[in-house]
Design a protein around this ligand. Sequence first.
Ligand code: HEC
Ligand code: HEC
Ligand code: HEC
Ligand code: HEC
Ligand code: HEC
Ligand code: HEC
Ligand code: HEC
Ligand code: HEC
Ligand code: HEC
Ligand code: HEC
Length: 313
Amino acid sequence: MSVDAKAVKRGAAAAALLLVALLLGWLVVAAPAAQKTAVPAANKAEYVGTDTCKTCHEDQFKSFEVSAHYRTLLDRRGGPARQGCEACHGPGSEHVNSGGQTPMPFDFAKLSTRATSERCLDCHQTGHEQMNFLSSQHARNAVTCTDCHSIHHSGENKFLLVKDQPQLCFNCHREVQPAFRMPFHHRVLEGMVRCTDCHNPHGTFLPKQLRTATAGDQVCFTCHVDKQGPFVFEHEPVKTEGCTACHTPHGSPNPHLLRVANVNQLCLQCHTVSSFSHAPGTPGFHNQAAKYQACTLCHTQIHGSNVNQFFFQ
Ligand code: HEC
Ligand code: HEC
Ligand code: HEC
Ligand code: HEC
Ligand code: HEC
Ligand code: HEC
Ligand code: HEC
Ligand code: HEC
Ligand code: HEC
Ligand code: HEC
């Protein structure tokens, strides 16, 4: 994946930068609340304020002005280290005095993916959505905030996204795209369901960066509440193995998004013919005659029932 190459390049650039910083022997701490991020600020760079930056960077100011980050100018609690341009780029006096020749302490084009993530997380770590980012699949594979978000060039896209989803995700996850073109699928391409309804791109505590519903259950219950139960007679795998024991979440040739084309093949993965061909009271009546192949014609409440042990109603 090209991400890796980019990450390596960035990593190397950042390592070189860090080395220079160490040699010169100046490592300045960024903001009081961000001890872990070292600012390689030349000498004692000071905060000059956003109005100064604006004089030379009108375009970046314009994108900043209409974005949510403008709000940092209104919140004075963190001091200048948490306000405006310098909240991200670091103190700018050296840069300004040199007419732009001395690089800003945080030049994102040259930062490692890790350092970029940490810089953004200085403020966003406390956000419920982002707090697990550093241990996410994305972070561990050198994907960083600025792969998906663009602070100055997001155009009309919501949440400062580089692109809107699902195209944003397909940039890197082409392999899942065909599933959403299958005859039956969650309508992601049509814009009715989003990738982020089920996944949190900032990471979660579940495999595949899957979200949980508000109660901490499987994400599917957010929309398919009726499958949640509890039922007097539970169909065990719904609770123990989860929805994906039987369903493919993205798309399927089966109208009910089943993992296999025909329902009987699904059931027979767990129920061998011998285990039910002698159903109580009716020995041998379950055979593989056509009549019995459409299992859910009789076992209609396949996710669980409050009245019947065999899920007839
Ligand atoms: C929320 C963090 C953040 C804030 C606030 C911010 N920037 Fe940036 N800036 C970035 C990132 C990240 C990049 C790298 C390019 C990108 O992702 O859009 C960048 C890139 C730049 C660049 C390089 C050219 C370019 O457009 O890519 C300039 C110049 C710049 N910023 C100036 C400013 C100025 C001036 C302000 C205040 C008006 C500002 N920035 C506010 C994060 C920020
Ligand atoms: C006197 C004009 C001037 C002022 C004021 C100024 N810059 Fe710059 N800035 C430049 C020039 C010139 C460049 C180099 C542009 C290039 O190489 O394409 C630059 C480049 C940058 C870059 C990209 C490369 C790097 O060095 O990081 C960022 C980010 C940036 N400026 C942010 C800021 C911020 C934030 C402020 C306010 C603290 C600011 N600038 C104030 C002139 C200025
Ligand atoms: C100085 C603190 C600070 C830093 C550093 C910071 N942000 Fe933010 N960010 C904010 C605030 C404040 C908001 C507005 C949040 C709100 O209103 O709930 C915000 C909002 C956002 C949003 C939502 C935008 C929207 O339209 O709703 C995104 C995306 C975002 N930031 C990404 C980033 C990225 C990426 C970085 C690093 C390049 C970053 N932020 C760095 C403070 C910060
Ligand atoms: C793999 C892509 C991806 C990466 C990497 C990523 N984001 Fe996001 N982010 C998104 C998407 C997509 C949304 C919109 C979510 C939605 O529509 O519900 C979003 C939304 C946000 C929001 C606003 C909405 C909210 O619920 O908080 C903030 C703030 C944010 N991201 C910050 C960050 C920061 C900070 C990082 C890095 C630490 C980061 N993001 C990394 C894709 C990404
Ligand atoms: C910049 C490239 C990039 C973008 C954009 C991106 N991803 Fe990823 N994603 C990766 C990489 C790299 C991995 C880790 C390797 C892998 O499993 O493919 C990953 C992993 C994942 C995983 C976990 C896969 C697993 O097998 O555990 C999910 C789920 C995921 N991404 C969803 C999304 C969603 C949803 C979006 C859009 C909001 C998105 N990604 C955007 C690069 C990206
Ligand atoms: C209806 C919920 C849902 C939606 C919508 C959804 N996913 Fe998934 N996705 C899942 C589940 C559940 C899994 C885990 C499948 C498994 O474990 O068998 C998964 C797995 C993945 C994986 C891991 C590889 C794989 O195929 O198992 C990637 C990558 C992924 N999804 C990306 C995306 C992207 C990109 C989108 C939007 C285009 C998206 N998903 C939309 C539920 C969803
Ligand atoms: C954001 C809401 C949402 C989430 C979350 C969601 N679904 Fe769906 N699901 C829908 C909608 C809407 C439909 C209707 C299909 C259509 O016409 O687009 C649907 C259809 C289905 C169907 C086919 C229904 C039929 O007509 O037979 C199955 C099966 C299904 N979802 C399973 C799941 C599973 C499993 C998960 C969790 C991995 C899940 N859904 C998560 C919204 C959601
Ligand atoms: C033991 C296998 C199995 C498990 C586990 C399972 N399902 Fe199903 N599901 C089915 C079958 C079979 C059908 C088709 C029913 C039919 O033919 O009428 C179905 C149909 C559906 C439908 C569409 C028809 C309807 O009743 O609304 C939805 C939505 C659905 N399942 C959601 C879920 C969700 C959400 C989960 C996880 C809580 C889940 N399923 C777990 C087997 C399963
Ligand atoms: C992932 C495995 C799995 C799949 C797939 C599965 N089941 Fe089950 N089913 C079980 C388990 C485990 C039990 C509970 C143990 C038992 O009673 O045999 C059970 C119980 C049942 C029961 C109640 C039996 C009793 O004696 O109370 C019926 C009826 C049933 N399943 C029908 C079906 C049908 C019809 C399908 C296909 C739509 C199906 N099952 C798919 C694992 C599965
Ligand atoms: C024509 C209706 C009908 C169809 C179709 C049907 N079943 Fe049944 N199933 C029953 C009846 C009736 C019982 C027995 C209930 C009883 O003993 O009171 C039963 C019982 C079961 C049991 C429980 C057996 C036990 O010993 O605990 C399982 C498991 C089961 N069926 C699975 C299936 C599967 C899998 C299919 C599809 C291959 C299927 N059924 C198709 C009517 C049907």
